[in-house]
Every structure is written in C-alpha cells, then in structure tokens.
Ligand binder design. Structure first.
Ligand code: PMP
Length: 393
C-alpha cells in the first residue's frame, strides 16, 4: 500500500537549513529559518522561562491529563496579554493548541464546521504554511494583494480593492503584527479601515499573532487585534508563544474565538471537540510555563525585560543595516529595512540575486528574499550590506 505514496516537496526553509549546515565556509551567515538568535547565534531559553521551569519541577505533583481545551488559567492569561485586561469574558472561547500552527489549523477547521462553503482570504504573500495547510484540507482560499514590491510597503489600496469581493461568512486571515514574510504592517488607521470593511461585508477576521512583542512592544503589537476585537461581533485569533516566550519546541499556542454570549458555550464545546478529534490534549508544559510567567509579577517583569532586549536588539540591527545600505547605495531606497517590524524583511531581490549572495558570500536567505534580521550581528551587518549591493539588488 505505501508504495502508492508520492514524494512530498520538501519544506523550502528546512531544505535551506540543510544546505546551510553542509556549507563548509566559516564565514557563512544564516538569515533563513524564522527563529530568534542573539548576537552569538544562540536561541536562548529566556530567563523567566528557566526560572518557571525550575519552580515547576519543584512543585508539580502530577502529570495527569488536564482539561481538553487547556487550562482556564492559561486561557485567561493569554486573553489578557492579547486582548487587554478588559476583554469580554462572556464572549470568549479558547483552546490550547499545538503551537500557533495548531491554532491556525483548528481555526480553519472551526470555520469550515460553521460555514462549510466559506472562502478563506489570505495575504499575498503569506507564511507558506497557511497555504499548504489550506491546500491539504482542500479548503477554498483566495489571495488578496498585500505587498508592493517597488516600495516594499503594504499596497493598501490593492488590499482593500481585493477584499471588496469578500462574501458574508468568509474568513479573512490577517497577520496581527510583524508580517511574515514581508515585515510590512498595517497602521492602526488602516486596521480601522479593514474593520469597517469586514463589518460591512459580514466577514470573520482571523488574526494570526505569532510575534507579539517583537515589533513595537507587547501592547502596541496587539493594537490592531484589539481594535478588530472591539469592533467585530465574531473574531478568531490564533496566537503562538513560540517566539515571544522562546519555547518553540514546547509547541504552545492558543485559538481564541469571540462570538455573541449566547453562542459562547457551544463554541467552547466545539473547540474542545476539535482537540479531541485531532490529538486529544494539547501539550501542557509550555502553556503552564507561560501561565506562570504571565501571572507571577516577578517572572513577568523579568520576561518583559528580556523580550524588550530582544525587540530593541532587532530594531538596532535594522537601523544599522539601513544606514549601511544608505551609505553604500548612496540612496534611501533601502530605508524600508528600518521601517519594517519583526524578525523579517522582504528585500525585494530576485531569486538569482539571492542565489548570487549564497554562492559568492555564503549568505543564506529564503528564495523570495526574506531575511531574518535576528540572524545578523554588528559584524555581519556590513558584510550583508556589501553583498546586497554587489548582487545588484
Ligand atoms: N504564524 C506565522 C505567521 C508564523 O510565522 C509562525 C511560525 N513560523 C506560526 C504561525 C506558528 O508558529 P508555531 O507553530 O511554531 O507556534
């Protein structure tokens, strides 16, 4: 039977990681995989997480099953972090998931259960996994234009024009902050326009929030999400703790759903049902650590301080790279690097130019010219800037 299986196309970013590992050049620079790295190239366990793990090891008395949808304390701590302290408790359902990926998957499943004929609208470009999950599910989706390759900023008029075709009950997937792969984000004013449009259309926003705290700050990065949540009657939010808590392999995420209060209980029950059908309980270890960090004032302060170090470090690298490129190109055409937010920027280089940088300079970025800013340090910024100019990008 299994000889009927066909080889699957390898994940491009994971394939790039393999290529990087095999490159013997000591000067190689990895700007590919979407993982935060400090100046020494390490993805550290955050200090507050380490402390919480120690505390948990000392105090945990059982590892029996927890609630199918995850612990209510985790739901509450995450809802407060994402939506603010005054979130509408009577309208919120929540589900602990296997990372942010699991939250996206369960959100798509929920949408399909509620409205089997819906179309899911996705930004062009987006995180490739959105598209591959939707294709695997045989779920209808459409792309809306998002990025202007000339200015390397959001092509907002085109986005609004495309979303004009959204039907009632369709789902519109939006990146809450730090858009992956472009780094180009909506202003709060633009979020307001999107909210007006979706409200008028009767569409359901689904916000993928995978980098809260990596852009302009913890609250600032949730501002668009909070605006949408305050305006629309029904909203889905798929949040990941992988990046902002540095717990990638613990697989910690959450799907939050806002409905009217009368629909809340059946929604919550459906979410638990979805976990049951797919894998039963989501991993608990990461969710428990996140709850401890968010609810213990000392751990929370330590975590926020480290998250801020991470955020400011990436902003500093952005500014240094933009300044270097301004000098070398004698123009302001790369200033977008300093304006983008989060871990990624789409450079706008051609696949050939990206390949030239790999062959000539051992610089690895994704083929669409997405580069991970956190892969740089003060020594490699000038090397990258020279390589970008030399490639003709
Ligand atoms: N959404 C986006 C846009 C992402 O970039 C990622 C991580 N690459 C995720 C969701 C999910 O992350 P995870 O499953 O590792 O929590």
């Amino acid at each position: 039977m299994f000889n009927t299986l066909k080889p699957q196309a390898p994940d491009k970013i994971l394939a790039l990681m393999g290529q990087f590992k095999a490159d013997p050049r000591p000067t190689k620079i990895d700007l590919g995989v979407g993982v935060y790295k400090d100046a020494t190239g390490l993805t550290p366990v955050m200090r507050a997480i380490k402390a919480a793990e120690k505390q948990l090891w000392e105090t945990e008395t059982t590892k029996t099953y927890t609630a199918l949808a995850g612990e209510p304390a985790y739901h509450a701590a995450m809802a407060e972090m994402v939506l603010g302290a005054d979130y509408p408790k009577d309208r919120l359902s929540a589900l602990a998931t296997v990372g942010g990926t699991g939250a996206c998957r369960q959100g798509f499943e929920l949408a399909r259960m509620a409205n089997p004929g819906c179309t899911i609208w996705v930004s062009d470009p987006t995180w490739p996994n959105h598209l591959s999950i939707l294709s695997f599910m045989k779920q209808d989706y459409k792309l809306y234009r998002y990025f202007d390759n000339a200015s390397r900023s959001v092509s907002f008029d085109a986005m609004i024009e495309d979303l004009g075709a959204v039907k009632p009950g369709d789902v519109v997937l939006l990146h809450g902050c730090c858009h992956n792969p472009t780094g180009a984000n909506l202003t709060l004013e633009q979020w307001g326009v999107v909210a007006d449009l979706l409200e008028a259309k009767g569409a359901i926003p689904m916000i993928d929030l995978a980098y809260q705290g990596f852009g302009d700050g913890l609250d600032e990065d949730a501002a668009g999400t909070r605006l949408i949540a305050s305006r629309l009657p029904e909203v889905m939010i798929a949040a990941s703790c992988s990046k902002n808590f540095g717990i990638y392999r613990e697989r910690t995420g959450i799907l939050m759903v806002l409905t009217d209060a009368a629909t809340r209980d059946v929604t919550q029950g459906t979410l638990a049902y979805l976990n049951r059908q797919n894998y039963s309980f989501a991993p608990d270890h990461g969710a428990r650590l996140v709850t401890m960090v968010l609810t213990d004032p000392a751990l929370r302060a330590e975590w926020m301080a480290e998250l801020e170090e991470v955020r400011l470090g990436m902003l500093g690298l952005r500014e240094a790279l933009a300044a270097e490129l301004r000098q070398l190109s004698n123009s302001d055409r790369f200033d977008f690097v300093a304006k983008h937010r989060g871990m990624f920027s789409r450079l706008g280089a051609t696949p050939e130019q990206v390949e030239t940088m790999r062959v000539d300079n051992a610089i690895y970025m994704v083929g669409d010219s997405r580069l991970n800013i956190a892969g740089l340090n003060s020594e490699t910024v000038p090397i990258l800037a020279k390589a970008i100019i030399a490639s003709g990008a």
